[in-house]
Design a protein around this ligand. Structure first.
Ligand code: 13P
Length: 247
């Protein structure tokens, strides 16, 4: 039985003060304890959010990291730095990072290996563009991202990895993939994991991301292969995020 995981990706939003207010509003409400709730926050918010969620089951994630432990990489943050802050998760290969910061399947793979070596659980993002979907290439694209992203990842780590299927055309656009289309792709991703890791395909958790909101979360979560959601916009409003956790 896979534990559902609802993760908020704050992206480049929330100063420390704003973040603390949001966390306080989330914490003040009853949260479904059977759902793992994660807040993936800007680096500058990690310490204060970690402090603020003490005593709750909420986990904290970062939104990126470098694969090296230290060195001449101006502006980067290392796995050791995240571990010192007791970060639980790190988003890797989000489409915004692939699109604006030249993240590739190769760098995602290096980061994934490094995160796992430092006991930080990766949430690895995959997904196709609208153009790729319209030319029926979406499965080929996603398969390639998974195979390259998982290159040389030992099977002992598979249960600690979360995959987020985020079709790029559904991110921040208000257009959600239909629950059937999302489930179909996620079942396909599970099949690829089966080809790579056998029965561990039934253990790995796979989320859907892209305009998830209180109105569509239940339908998505009720599908056979969807284990959670990676949420941008709706994670910035306490009431909406709580509704997602309590779907
Ligand atoms: P939205 O929920 O705002 O569409 O963002 C999805 C996303 O990119 C989460 O990582």
């Amino acid at each position: 039985m896979r534990t559902p995981i609802i993760a908020g990706n704050w992206k480049m939003n929330n100063t420390m003060e704003e973040g603390l207010k949001l966390v306080a509003d989330i914490k003040s409400q009853d949260l479904n304890k059977n759902v793992e709730a994660v807040l993936c926050v800007p680096f500058t918010d990690i310490k204060s959010v970690k402090e603020a969620i003490k005593g709750t089951n909420i986990k904290v994630g970062a939104q990126n990291m470098h694969w090296e432990e230290s060195g001449a990489y101006t502006g980067e943050i290392s796995p050791i730095m995240l571990k010192e802050l007791e970060v639980d998760y790190v988003i890797l290969g989000h489409s915004e990072r692939r699109q604006y910061f030249n993240e590739t399947d190769e760098t995602v793979n290096k980061k994934m290996k490094s995160a796992l070596a430092h006991n930080i659980k990766p949430i690895i993002c995959v997904g196709e563009t609208l153009e790729e979907r319209e030319s029926s290439k979406e499965k080929e694209v996603v398969k390639n991202q998974i195979i390259k992203g998982f290159q040389d990842i030992d099977e002992k780590h598979v249960e600690d990895i979360v995959i987020a299927y985020e079709p790029i055309w559904a991110i921040g656009t208000g257009k959600t993939a239909s629950a059937d289309d999302a489930n179909d792709m996620i079942a396909f991703i599970r099949e690829i994991i089966g080809q790579l890791y056998g029965d561990l395909k039934d253990v790995i958790r796979i989320q859907y991301g892209g305009s998830v909101k209180p109105e569509n979360v239940a339908e998505l979560m009720n599908k056979s292969d969807i284990d959670g959601a990676l949420v941008g916009g709706a994670s910035l409003k306490a009431d909406d995020f709580v509704k997602l956790i309590n779907y």
